[in-house]
Write a protein that binds this ligand. Structure first.
Ligand code: IVH
Length: 684
């Protein structure tokens, strides 16, 4: 939020100041990895700038850091010609092949030269043009001669500077690789699984998909990063690759530290071998090492083939791969109705485990790879959770195979499948009576991070569904002692293979009912997650619960109300609105409410007007409240929550690690600084 009373001149100054500060913090955070302010404070600076730019659109700078949050929608990416064609590298896979490369180089330029070794980042290549120090365009490789203009999306990547500093050349191109750190990829994938979505195959696919997204606001939320490794232009400061790359760092560009000059082939081998071992420790994926002749005039002498330079080569590490027969393809139905094709394989040993099943992702991938039942398929285990099929050995295709035809009906309930435009997956729309969807939703409801009913498990739920006792999660709360006592289930003893009958005894029944009863204490945010609304994972549920406080408010919220909440995007908003529009869901919720499930956030006492007329700025980490919660709490008591300290601020509520800026501003303006404890006293 900004001070509304700034005049244009003051606003211009403030915008400049804020931009400078934000750029500085961006650099410290994303390039130096040494932030000096909290994420919260950073967001507040950005918020203030956004508000000012909205108020004075004519003052918005072309390189404003607010572009990092995206928002521009591109319908179709413009095609841009590369000033210098984007060549690829030839690959080698063995020391012998590398030796051949070295021999060719020595034949061309003699023995007096140096190599530069770098990591081969496994992402999506990008070519960025800076003109007068400003990021002008960012273009994908495309066909090597022209690519897609993805500038708006690339501008959201915090480690890509929008404006350079220092003695940069007036017009140059720098190339590099966009990637997603593995840990962040895994967290996002985990979230997708929780939300009932199919996980992405690997960080590179996720990155490629993200860069081509039309909505840059979504791109801004994905943790993309970028390393730069190749400089092109007329007036570069040095005559060799290594010095130029180090120099480019001074302009603020994110040049990776994994770079070494090597005199001999032995040193190159050592670099390769070291990183082959070390690469598992890196926070991102690499698929090899790139070896380049350092000196530009020697590069010129060696020249190019049609596709790649003769002065550089990639040494690729072997992905762990195995070949085995595809026995059958089956389809799984998730709780949201999403269909995932799974390959049943002849068991094969791969990277330490026996693999029997692998992901086939979706219909398009099966079609592109032309995977057929009976084929010898290549299975790979990369950074992914599940092994995947990456190709088919066509030379070993048996006779009489048929192209695989993807199912058109749900394998579980027979309903014709649907596939929405632009989505990779097919869905079974039969929410109401498709068995795995019913079961999946109930299992999600009782899961640990949701209602946490640990006295129920998959077996017990299956039994209750089979016996017609439960059809949805609200039915759980109708279960009576007599319904469950003596309920039988036949299980096969894994050791003897014999069938055994089990029946619920008094103790089990009491236990189950107690667990269900105890779940009534589950806080609202977890209940919200338990409902299993598409795209509402734990984090989103928390956000929504903190902002709307009750299911009634949330059900009344419009699409616009929803997207106005920090970090709630269009996709989520749409899904939430759709969910509550359904009569069936409304009914489900009113039944749960009747049973006493919590549909309101806990608040400390009733609302009041104790803070009426007061503007409070909260900053730093608080013990009792999250960022959204403190804002809501101030407002609940009639106050106004602001983000920057100004003449209008009545109190600065200081949490842990509050920034010095805010404190000194408060001191300067005579704004009283209060603690969380003081605040709680104020609201009684
Ligand atoms: S230099 C003309 N350096 O690998 C040489 N490329 O297969 C330009 N890559 O197109 C490329 N890490 O997408 C270079 N340290 C690195 C790299 C790298 C990854 C990618 C890049 C390139 C592809 C070649």
């Amino acid at each position: 939020m900004s001070d509304n009373n700034l005049n244009k001149d003051e606003a211009r100054k403030r915008i400049e100041k804020l931009s400078e500060e934000i750029n500085e913090h961006n650099h410290r955070y994303y390039i130096d990895a040494q932030p000096v302010i909290s994420d919260y404070e950073f967001d507040k600076l950005l918020e203030e700038l956004t508000a000012l730019e909205q108020q004075f659109p004519e003052l918005k700078q072309a390189d404003s850091p607010t572009q990092r949050v995206g928002g521009d929608i591109t319908k179709e990416f413009a095609q841009v010609e590369h000033k210098y064609p984007m060549l690829s590298l030839s690959n080698t896979y063995s020391p012998e092949e590398l030796k051949d490369f070295d021999t060719r180089v020595r034949k061309g330029i003699g023995d007096d030269f140096e190599y530069v070794c770098e990591l081969k980042y496994d992402g999506v290549s990008i070519s960025i043009n800076y003109v007068d120090g400003l990021l002008q365009t960012a273009v994908t490789r495309g066909n090597g001669y022209q690519g897609d203009d993805v500038t708006t999306n690339i501008k959201t990547i915090r480690s890509v500077p929008l404006r350079l500093k220092g003695d940069f050349p007036a017009d140059f191109v720098i190339r590099g690789e966009i990637f997603m750190p593995v840990e962040k990829f895994e967290a996002l994938n985990k979230q997708r699984i929780e939300e009932g979505e199919t996980p992405f195959a690997n960080p590179r696919n996720f990155t490629a998909g993200t860069i081509k997204m039309q909505d840059s606001a979504i791109v801004a939320q994905r943790p993309l990063d970028c390393y730069l490794y190749f400089l092109l232009g007329e007036n570069l400061p040095h005559e060799n690759h290594y010095d130029n790359m180090l120099h480019a760092k001074k302009w603020g560009l994110n040049v990776p530290p994994y770079i070494a000059k090597c005199k001999t082939l032995e040193e190159v081998y050592a670099f390769i071998n070291d990183w082959e071992k070390e690469r598992k420790q890196l926070p991102f994926e690499i698929d090899g090492v790139v070896i380049k002749v350092n000196d530009y005039s020697q590069q010129e002498e060696l020249g190019y083939t049609a596709k790649s330079p003769r002065w550089a080569i990639a040494y690729k590490y072997k992905a762990e791969q195995a070949v085995t027969r595809l026995k059958s393809i089956e389809y799984q139905v998730g709780r949201t109705g999403a269909i995932t094709p799974v390959a049943n394989l002849e068991p094969v040993f791969l990277a330490g485990t026996t693999v029997k099943r692998a992901s086939l992702h979706n219909a398009d991938i099966i079609k592109t790879l032309d995977v057929r039942v009976g084929d010898m398929v290549k299975v790979e285990k990369g950074g992914e959770i599940i092994p995947k099929i990456v190709g088919v050995d066509l030379t070993r295709r048996p006779e009489g195979t048929e192209p695989h035809s993807y199912i058109t009906q749900c394998p579980e309930c027979g309903t014709p499948l649907e596939r929405k435009e632009g989505e990779a997956l097919h869905y079974c729309p039969n929410e109401e009576s498709c068995p795995p969807q019913i079961k999946g939703r109930i299992l999600h409801f009782i899961s640990r991070n949701a209602m946490d009913i640990d006295t129920l498990g998959e077996g017990r739920i299956e039994m209750m569904i089979d016996k017609g006792l439960v059809h949805n999660f609200a039915d759980l709360y109708d279960l009576q002692y007599d319904d469950l006592l003596g309920l039988e289930r036949v299980i096969t003893d894994p050791e003897s293979g014999k069938e055994k009958k089990l029946s619920f005894q008094e103790k089990t029944v009491n236990n189950i009912l107690e667990g269900i009863g105890a779940s009534l204490d589950t806080p609202f945010e977890k209940v919200l997650f338990a409902l299993g609304i598409r795209y509402v994972g734990q984090t989103v549920a928390k956000k929504l619960a903190a902002s709307f406080r009750s299911i009634d408010n949330l059900m009344q919220a419009s699409y616009d109300d929803l997207v106005a909440v920090d970090e709630i995007g269009e996709r989520i908003a749409e899904s939430v609105v759709n969910y509550f529009e359904s009569y069936k869901h409304q009914k489900l919720i009113s039944r749960l409410k009747e049973k006493g499930v919590k549909f309101e956030s806990e608040t400390s006492g009733p609302a009041s007007d104790k803070l009426k007329g007061l503007t409070i700025v909260a900053s730093g980490k608080l013990e009792k409240y999250s960022r959204e919660e403190i804002k809501a709490e101030i407002e609940r008591h009639g106050g106004k929550a602001a983000s920057s300290v100004s003449g209008k601020t009545d109190y600065l509520l200081a949490g842990e690690n509050i920034g010095q800026n805010k404190l000194s501003k408060a001191k300067e303006l005579g704004v009283p600084v209060i603690s969380e404890e003081d605040f709680i006293k104020m609201i009684g």
